[in-house]
Design a protein around this ligand. Structure first.
Ligand SMILES: Cc1cc2nc3c(=O)[nH]c(=O)nc-3n(C[C@H](O)[C@H](O)[C@H](O)COP(=O)(O)O)c2cc1C
Length: 323
C-alpha cells in the first residue's frame, strides 16, 4: 500500500484521500479540520442550483470557502443544464474552486422526486448533456459522483458517457440508490467502472479504517478514496489512514481527549468563520462524542441545553476536565 498522488483536472493533489460531500456536515469549518488531518481534497455540501438562482445568490453561499480551503470542489445538485450552468458560472466567478461536481447519486426522496441526484442515472442522455454543457461553459474542471445501477451494463453506460462528455474524474459510491445505506459497498462494481474508464475513478463507500482502505484499493484499483461517514465527528480518520498508507503501520492514538479537543477546535473554526449559528451543533456534538467514555451523560446534558453557546461551554468544560 502507498499514498498515491491523484490529479484532478489541472490540480495535482498531495495524495488521494478525499472528503465526501455531505449535507449538514461538510461546511467550511469541518472541511478545514479534515484538511489539517490530511484530507487532500474536500467537497462542499451539495448546493441546489435552483435554490442558488432563486435566492439572493451572494447571501446564499456567503462564507462558502476561503483561501485556506484549497483545493476544494463545489457540488451542485440539479437537473436542468441551463440552470446548472448559470449556478456553476456564478460559483466559478465568486470562489474559483478547483472542481465543480454534479450530484448524480443522492437517493433521498426530496431530491429524486425533483428529478435530481440519483434520478439522473435513469436518463443517460441528460447525464451526457449536463456534463458536456458544463465542461463547455466552464473554465473549471467538472466531475460527477454516481451510485451503481442495478445492472452493471447500465452503470458502465453512464460512466462512459460522463467520461465522453469531458468530466475530469468520476466518484462511484458502491451502492445502488435503492439500497440507500444498507448492505455494503460493492467493490467489484466499482472496479468494473475503474477498468472501463481512462479518467481517474474515486472509490467511495464504507472506507473507515486501515482494513477497509486496503481492501478498497486492492479490489477496485481506484485512483482515489473518498471518505464520508467515518469522518463525521472524527476528522482524525484522515491522519490514521494517511499514516497507514505512508508507513504501512497503524497509528495508535488516545481517542477520548483527542475527540473532545477536535470538537473544541471545530467550534473555534465555526466561530471564526461565522458559522456557529447556521449548523445543528447538537447533532455535531453527538457525532464527536459517539463511543467515548461517558458519552451518554455528555449527550443527555447536551440535549437539555437551550442554545449553541451552552453546548460549546459544556464541551469546553469536558475538555478541561480531561487535559
Ligand atoms: C449526512 C450525509 C449527507 C450526505 N450528503 C451528500 C451530498 O450532499 N452529496 C453527495 O453526493 N453525497 C452525499 N452523501 C453521501 C456521501 O457523500 C457518501 O457517498 C456516502 O456516505 C458513502 O460513503 P461513506 O460510506 O464513506 O459514508 C451524504 C451522506 C451522509 C451520511
Amino acid at each position: 500500500m502507498e499514498l498515491k498522488k491523484l490529479k484532478i483536472g489541472r490540480t495535482e493533489l498531495s495524495g488521494n484521500l478525499l472528503l465526501a460531500p455531505m449535507a449538514d456536515v461538510t461546511n467550511l469549518a469541518f472541511r478545514l479540520l479534515c484538511r489539517r488531518y490530511g484530507a487532500d481534497f474536500t467537497y462542499t455540501e451539495m448546493i441546489s442550483a435552483d435554490a442558488l438562482l432563486n435566492e439572493s445568490r451572494k447571501s446564499f453561499i456567503k462564507g462558502l470557502s476561503t483561501q485556506e480551503d484549497r483545493p476544494f470542489g463545489v457540488q451542485l445538485v440539479g437537473n436542468c443544464p441551463e440552470k446548472l450552468i448559470k449556478a456553476a458560472l456564478f460559483i466559478e466567478e465568486e470562489y474559483r474552486p478547483e472542481v465543480i461536481d454534479v450530484n448524480m447519486g443522492c437517493p433521498s426522496r426530496c431530491i429524486t422526486g425533483a428529478g435530481c441526484g440519483s434520478a439522473l442515472l435513469n436518463s443517460p442522455e441528460i447525464v451526457y448533456t449536463i456534463v458536456s454543457e458544463l465542461t463547455d461553459a466552464l473554465k473549471t474542471p467538472v466531475t460527477a459522483k454516481i451510485r451503481l445501477l442495478g445492472r452493471e451494463e447500465k452503470t458502465l453506460e453512464i460512466a462512459r458517457l460522463v467520461e465522453k462528455a469531458g468530466a475530469s474524474a468520476l466518484t462511484v459510491h458502491g451502492r445502488t440508490a435503492a439500497q440507500m445505506y444498507s448492505g455494503s459497498s460493492n467493490l467489484s462494481g466499482i472496479k468494473a467502472v475503474k477498468d472501463e474508464l481512462s479518467i481517474p475513478v474515486i472509490a467511495n463507500g464504507d472506507v473507515k479504517d486501515e482494513e477497509s482502505v486496503e481492501k478498497t484499493l486492492e479490489l477496485t484499483g481506484c485512483d482515489g478514496l473518498m471518505i464520508g461517514r467515518a469522518a463525521m465527528g472524527n476528522p482524525f480518520v484522515f491522519r490514521r489512514i494517511r499514516h497507514y498508507l505512508e508507513t504501512g503501520e497503524k497509528l495508535e492514538a488516545e481517542e477520548q481527549s483527542r475527540r473532545l479537543e477536535d470538537f473544541d477546535t471545530y467550534i473555534s473554526l465555526l466561530e471564526e468563520h461565522g458559522l456557529l449559528s447556521s449548523i445543528n451543533l447538537r447533532m455535531h456534538a453527538h457525532w464527536f462524542t459517539k463511543g467515548l467514555r461517558g458519552s451518554r451523560q455528555i449527550r443527555e446534558k447536551i440535549n437539555g441545553l437551550e442554545d449553541g453557546r451552552a453546548v460549546t461551554e459544556l464541551i469546553r468544560s469536558f475538555c478541561q476536565e480531561i487535559y
